[in-house]
Every structure is written in C-alpha cells, then in structure tokens.
Design a protein around this ligand. Structure first.
Ligand SMILES: O=C(CO)[C@@H](O)[C@@H](O)COP(=O)(O)O
Length: 258
C-alpha cells in the first residue's frame, strides 16, 4: 500500500515543499537553454530527509506528465516514492518516473536526474555514437567521452537500468540513450541540469568540428589532470589553511562528487 504525503512527519513534508519549489524553478532552465520543445523533458530531485544518506522516508519530486513548461508550478510537481509510486500530486507523474526512480534506488549518491531531447545530443544518440573527448571542457565536465546507453522502451525500469549500467562506472554525469536522447545525473537537480546544458553544448561543438575536419584527441593523462582540477579547484576560494590548489586528487576519488 503506497503511503500518502500526509502520513509522513512534518519535517518530511517541509522538505517536500522546498524540493517542489526547487524542481519547479529548475524546469524553466530547460526551455531557457533550448534543450526541450513543448512538453518534452523532465527534471527530478531526491527529497533528502537524512543528509547522512538515503532513508526509507526518502521520496523524489518530478514533473507532471504532458504539462507545458509555462504551466508548471511548485504545486503541480508530483511526489513519488523510490519505487515510482504516486505519493502526492494532482496529475500523473512523468513518463520517465520509473527511470528516475531506478536511478535513485541504485545510485544513492545521485540527488537529481534530468532528461531532455536537446537537438545535438539527441542526434548523437540517434547514431548511438559516444561524443569523443576532444575538448578541455569535456574533460572538465565529463572526465572523458560521453557514453551511449542501450535502446530502451519507455515506462518501465528499462531506461533506468540502461542509465545505471552505463554511468555506474563512468565519470560522466550524462548518457546518450540510443535513439532517445540525453539523461543526466548530479548530486542535486541543479547539477543534473548543468550537465544537460553542457552535454548539448559539447555535442554541438564536436559535431561542428567534425564538419570542418578531424578533431584531435586529448591524452588520457591530460584528461585526468583537467578533470581533477575542474572538480577540485575550479571556482573554489582557497581558505588560508587549504592545501595548495595544485594538489591533484586522483580521479577515482572524484566519484562521490557528482
Ligand atoms: O522522452 C519521453 C519519455 O521518455 C517524453 O515523453 C518525455 O520527454 C516527456 O514526458 P513527460 O511529460 O515527462 O511524461
């Protein structure tokens, strides 16, 4: 029997309300950056009750299905449990709810999931070709090539399983699901939205480069160095007591920083 929101403690309901505001606001970023048309795409965020890590009380908030972006409000956001069951909402949850739920169940470090049909990334997905890491921006954001996930039908665990199997051992926060489009993950929905913006940007740039000639590869050691710098140093104001900013951290230690 699926619980309803009023059966959860007030502290959970308060976090749900805040998460609805965040997810509703972040949906506006998808049309803003030209990543979706009409009702395509969706954003979700895990309702983190215990910052120490996922708990049985954890839920997630996702877009209602088939609603245009100008109609989305915090109150229209749908609350589901981690099995994708409806907990609270006036509309049916997104078609991709099962996929988002599967990711949250199998990747506890992930706090946000985004799906778009952005043009260039989706064009690469239609060809099931990984975007090669030929830009320093790709090394920074994706730590290597942007991988392709398997073809999967919509509505059950298939897409979610493909996302997890592809990204579980990858540094990339984005996967191009074959014949479908990009799905991105992050420590929260804002990080996943950023990855969705960046995957479209680099998919376009690499496509244009390929039209002009043959992009040159970046060596793995340089990719690792760029990734470590960007994930550890970029945008940080070193405190007086911090280690020197040039201290590289091995990429494998970066897995938890999604
Ligand atoms: O690509 C799909 C489903 O995977 C689209 O239908 C999706 O972008 C939008 O569906 P929803 O409106 O979120 O149900």
């Amino acid at each position: 029997m699926t619980r309803t929101l009023d059966s959860y403690p007030q502290e959970v309901r308060d976090v749900v309300a805040r998460t609805r505001e965040v997810v509703s606001t972040l949906h506006a970023e998808l049309p803003r950056w030209g990543l979706v048309v009409w009702t395509a795409g969706n954003v979700s965020q895990r309702v983190v009750v215990d910052p120490a890590g996922p708990s049985d009380a954890d839920l997630f908030v996702i877009k209602p299905s088939g609603v245009t972006y100008d109609e989305l409000t915090p109150g229209s956001m749908v609350v589901c449990d981690l099995d994708g069951n409806l907990v609270d909402g006036t509309r049916a949850p997104s078609s991709d709810t099962a996929a988002h739920a599967y990711v949250y169940r199998h990747m506890p470090e992930v706090g946000g999931v985004v799906h778009t049909h952005s043009t260039y990334a989706t064009a690469w997905a239609a060809r099931a070709e990984p975007v090669p890491c030929v830009l320093t921006m790709m090394a920074d954001e994706f730590g290597g090539d942007i991988p392709v996930g398997p073809f999967a039908l919509i509505g059950d665990d298939s897409i979610g399983r493909g996302i997890v199997e592809t990204l579980r051992d990858s540094r990339s926060p984005a996967v191009l699901m074959r014949n479908h489009g990009p799905f991105t993950i992050g420590k929260d929905a804002k990080a996943a939205v950023k990855a969705a913006v960046m995957v479209e940007e680099v998919a376009r740039t690499v496509h244009i480069s390929l039209q002009l000639g043959t992009p040159l590869p970046i060596g793995q050691a340089d990719i690792d160095s760029l990734y470590a710098r960007y994930q550890n140093v970029y945008g940080r104001t070193p405190a007086a007591t911090d280690e020197p900013a040039t201290t590289p951290v091995t990429p494998t230690e970066q897995e938890s920083t999604r």
